[in-house]
Design a protein around this ligand. Structure first.
Ligand SMILES: [Zn+2]
Length: 431
């Protein structure tokens, strides 16, 4: 079986249970699974592929928990630049209604390539409209050529304008067809095994674009098939008002009512949650994809991430779609998460301790893995996948940071990394 030796790394940040940081460390992997992590002197001397990474920090591959790859084609659209969520959507829906399979494939590869260069090795994408014959299969085929672990969330919208929803009727689907396609996508593409490269998630778009019947049916299907559930939730005040007006419940309360909480569920955003709702999410082990850039870009709000972490909730990071981030840089998102959470402690620390660089990195790695229900990634430890990224310290951005190179990865201006996906393969060895 192919073996890999990584050694002489300036600092290995394992993100394991003890958050070990190993100067001069490395790891040894067999067939893509880590067998040893530790000081270089304790590792085997030889392997099929040997990477000498002096002058680098090595961290676990970052995990992106929320995105809309197709939006990579619609960045910085003038009419959507300065709009809040609902107006932003109204501008973009008619444009998105014109995308087709080739667009979805191109966007998937652009987004994954950008993510990879920013340190990401596993990405979840939420595709919720399928115009002009496009399908989730287009994404799985396109993603396979890039090489990241890909979780395709089969989104859906069924509540068009004429039925009281937000999206125009032209981009919504029939609910029967949605459920049938979700089932088919799970059967075709979901692999639950350790080291899985492809997983499928059942993911109605949001409370204002599908019916509660579809939410319930989706949950039933997902639990029957053993896959995870995902949706946008509590993203804006507008959505909160919609839920109160149409359902008489706040967003998280509504989800609890219809069985949409649990360790097999994660929400994108969760900006607006009361202490009672945090208690619901914490107790049920419901996860959150925190998307700080998008929440700032759309002026949605400041998610109570420090409370989430204090409540021991599962929290990962998401760059969100490229129409509300205009970039897919996950390391930059960790920096945004750290900085935005600090505003929550303003002014002058009256709100408590500041969120640290290491905590931000933890959300981007082991936090994201927990949110995606993956016990085989997110940290560098024996038995897990050898998904890691190496970041060269020999660069202008890190001048003066030698006292704490790991913190520099988050504090300093975001850089590109060298992703080592399957580095034991001949293609990886040549890099
Ligand atoms: Zn989103």
């Amino acid at each position: 079986m192919p073996t890999l030796l990584v050694r002489n790394v300036t600092l290995v940040a394992t993100m394991d249970r003890d958050r070990r940081e190993i100067p001069g460390g490395g790891l040894y992997a067999v067939d893509g699974i880590i067998r040893q992590v530790g000081p270089s002197g304790e590792l085997p001397d030889e392997a099929d592929v040997v990477l000498d990474l002096d002058g680098h920090v090595v961290v676990p591959g970052l995990v992106n928990t929320h995105h809309h790859f197709y939006q990579t084609l619609t960045r910085a659209i003038p009419a959507a630049q300065d709009a809040g969520l609902f107006d932003w959507l109204r501008v973009l829906y008619p444009i998105w209604a014109r995308i087709g399979p080739d667009d979805v494939r191109a966007a998937t590869q652009v987004a994954l390539a950008e993510l990879a260069l920013s340190g990401c090795t596993t990405a979840a994408d939420h595709q919720y409209l399928f115009p002009n014959g496009s399908s989730l299969t287009d994404q799985f085929e396109a993603a396979a050529e890039i090489g990241l672990r890909f979780h395709g969330a089969r989104g859906s919208m069924s509540l068009g304008e004429s039925a009281g929803g937000l999206p125009p009727d032209s981009v919504v689907e029939d609910e029967r067809a949605i459920v049938d396609d979700m089932a088919e996508m799970v059967d075709r593409h979901h692999d639950p095994a350790i080291g899985s490269m492809t997983q499928v998630v059942v993911a109605p778009c949001s409370p204002f674009s599908v019916t509660l019947d579809l939410m319930r049916e989706s949950a039933e299907l997902a639990r029957d098939k053993g896959v995870l559930l995902h949706t946008h939730l509590a993203e804006t005040i507008d959505e909160e008002e919609y839920c109160l007006e149409h359902h008489g419940r706040r967003p998280v309360e509504l989800m609890a009512d219809i069985g949409w909480v649990g360790d097999d569920v994660w929400y994108a955003h969760a900006v607006f949650a009361t202490d009672d709702e945090i208690e619901i999410m914490s107790r049920s082990r419901t996860g959150v994809a925190h998307c700080p850039t998008s929440n700032m870009r759309l002026a949605s709000g400041l998610a109570p991430v420090r409370k989430y972490l204090a409540s021991d909730m599962r929290v990962g990071l998401g760059v969100d779609g490229s129409a509300s981030n205009d970039g897919s840089h996950l390391l930059a998102e960790a920096r945004q998460a750290m900085l935005l959470a600090r505003l929550d402690a303003a002014p002058s620390l009256s709100g408590g301790a500041l969120l640290s660089a290491r905590t931000a990195l933890e959300m981007a790695t082991r936090g994201g893995a927990e949110v995606l229900g993956r016990s085989d990634i997110g940290s560098l430890e024996v038995g897990k996948c050898a998904d890691f990224v190496a970041i060269s310290l020999d660069r202008l951005e890190y001048a003066g940071t030698q006292h704490d190179p790991l913190a520099a990865v988050v504090f300093a201006a975001p850089v590109h990394v060298r992703p080592y996906l399957r580095p034991w393969s001949p293609r990886g060895a040549r890099r």
